[in-house]
Design a protein around this ligand. Structure first.
Ligand code: NAD
Length: 483
């Protein structure tokens, strides 16, 4: 019988009324399991329990909190092969990337375990005589975590780990396309010695469970990663309750290839950045901006590198690019290929549905040439293995195109010129800059986030995470004179 997975609410696993099937995008016939859909009563119970548990957790000693986070991180690391297989099976990324994501998720917990012990405040003398000031951070309270399917464990971990480290309770609404990774992480958290209700999993649709969660006044902070359209809805709901907010959304990341670049390196960075994870990364290189002096040579190598990518089942060790996540994502992607054609782009390679046995949601990586930056394929996030190549007349022009986007998450340049690299680092309108590196691929101990429509609110990760998950309290003390 297919295994059923319940939500985790107030420290128990309530029997649900409703379930969804979770199937592998690599093989439609592969049923991974049935996953509960939270009812309004489940959500209500989760929030009530979270409010109570948070008060206990905020007063729990630092070493205890450290031990809990460390244990979660270590278990994720030890079980990376098993859980990475599950993650790849449900999301479709190649196995090595699935295992890497679980390891990375563990690193978020071990990193923030250590941050538990590094919470130091500040003190100051008052401008008034005899008064001292103490400035320290306190937990925010109940944090709603809303995560996407493309990094089903890592995005959630970089939110849950700091939330718990800084003394908050969590109500987590993962994406309905990838509940297995969420459930597996929840099962690990459920075995820790934490107050009942401190951590809750409410699986379900965004429009129903997600919307109710973001509207609830018991939520003190919402941390969201997902699309721009939904991010705006979250912002509206948060504004109505004056709720603290952090949004990480889409992008349209440029990779600039200069005439002085190592062209072989540039082609391999572009292919890696555009097609890694089937292009379903917020940091994917979706606009490849190439200096006209090396355009032909680059395009030749880039198409060769793209053709060499082996597309297949996520769990096949030979696979370099898995399927896309769902049937509707595949048809949206193919729709973008048609749009590109009608906008006047040249389809140089791929972008077509691929038949595989067993059947899944496969497509070949697509390369579009002769694209202009005002085309919709260069303005909208496609979240697809489709790269648009643009021609630029020199460095200034390339920088101008790179910055001409509503988004601004990551931006890369391939150059041997220190002057250009340094100028690009300073003048790129993005949150993260990559020099001679793919636009995707970031560390876990430093801030992550973007500009414009890519991000809103405080940065995530590293020491900067404290800004969102805590509130600053300033206390004045007049002790008087000793007797
Ligand atoms: P999505 O916006 O469709 O959904 C994200 C989450 O929000 C899901 O859990 C979904 O169920 C929930 N949701 C949907 N409607 C909601 C509502 N009305 N109220 C509350 N929650 C709601 O995004 P997705 O398709 O899951 O993920 C892909 C998107 O995520 C892409 O745009 C990608 O760029 C973005 N992303 C960004 C980052 C980043 O750090 N900037 C990282 C990964 C993914």
């Amino acid at each position: 019988m297919t295994k059923r997975h319940a939500n985790y609410v107030g420290g128990s696993w309530p029997e649900p009324a409703d379930w969804i099937e979770n199937r592998s995008p690599s093989d439609e016939s592969d049923l991974i399991g049935l996953y509960a859909q939270a009812s309004p009563a489940d959500l209500d119970a989760a929030l009530d329990a979270a409010v109570k548990a948070q008060r206990v957790w905020a007063n729990t000693g630092l070493e205890k909190r450290y031990a809990v986070l460390m244990a979660i991180g270590q278990e994720l690391d030890q079980r990376a092969q098993e859980l990475g297989t599950l993650l790849s099976r449900e999301e479709g990324k190649p196995l090595a990337e699935g295992i890497g994501e679980v390891r990375r998720s563990g690193q978020f917990f071990t990193y923030f375990a250590a941050e538990v012990l590094r919470q130091l405040g500040e003190c100051a003398d008052s401008v008034r005589d005899g008064i001292e000031i103490d400035i320290r951070r306190e937990p925010l309270g109940v944090v709603a975590v809303i995560s996407p399917w493309n990094f089903p464990m890592a995005t959630a971990s970089w939110k849950i780990a700091p939330a718990l480290a800084f003394g908050n309770a969590v109500v987590w609404k993962p994406a309905n396309l990838t509940p297995a990774s969420a459930w597996a992480l929840t099962e690990i958290v459920s075995r820790q010695d934490i107050p009942k209700g401190l951590f809750n999993l409410v699986m379900g649709s965004g429009a129903i469970v997600g919307q109710k969660l973001i509207e609830d006044p018991r939520v003190n902070g919402i941390t969201f990663t997902g699309s721009l359209a939904v991010g705006k809805q979250v912002a509206e709901a948060a504004a109505r309750n004056l709720c603290k907010l952090q949004l990480e959304m889409g992008s349209k990341n440029p990779l600039v290839v200069m005439d002085d670049a190592d062209i072989d390196l540039a082609a391999s960075l572009a292919a890696n950045g555009a097609f890694g994870g089937s292009g379903q990364k917020c940091t994917a290189s979706s606009r490849i901006i190439v200096d006209s002096r090396v355009y032909e040579g680059f395009v030749d190598r880039f198409i060769r590198a793209t053709k060499a990518i082996r597309v297949g089942h996520a769990l096949d060790p030979e696979t370099q690019m898995g399927p896309v996540v769902s049937k509707s994502q595949l048809s949206e992607n193919l729709g973008y290929m048609q749009l590109a054609h009608s906008e006047g782009a040249e389809v140089a390679y791929g972008g077509e549905a691929m038949k595989r046995s067993p059947a899944g949601y496969y497509m070949s990586p697509g390369v579009l040439l002769n694209t202009r930056n005002d085309m919709r394929v260069n303005r909208e996030e496609m979240f697809a293995p489709i790269a648009c190549v643009l021609k630029a007349d020199g460095y200034e022009h390339a920088l101008e195109i790179a910055n001409d986007s509503q988004f601004g998450l990551t931006a890369g340049i391939v150059t041997r010129s220190l002057a250009r690299a340094s100028h690009f680092r300073r003048n790129s309108r993005s949150g993260c800059v990559m020099i001679n590196l793919p636009t995707a691929g970031t560390d876990y101990h430093v801030p992550f986030g973007g500009r414009g429509a890519s991000s809103y609110g405080p940065r995530e990760q590293g020491r900067y995470a404290a800004e969102f998950y805590t509130i600053v309290k300033t206390s004045y003390m007049h002790a008087g004179r000793p007797e």
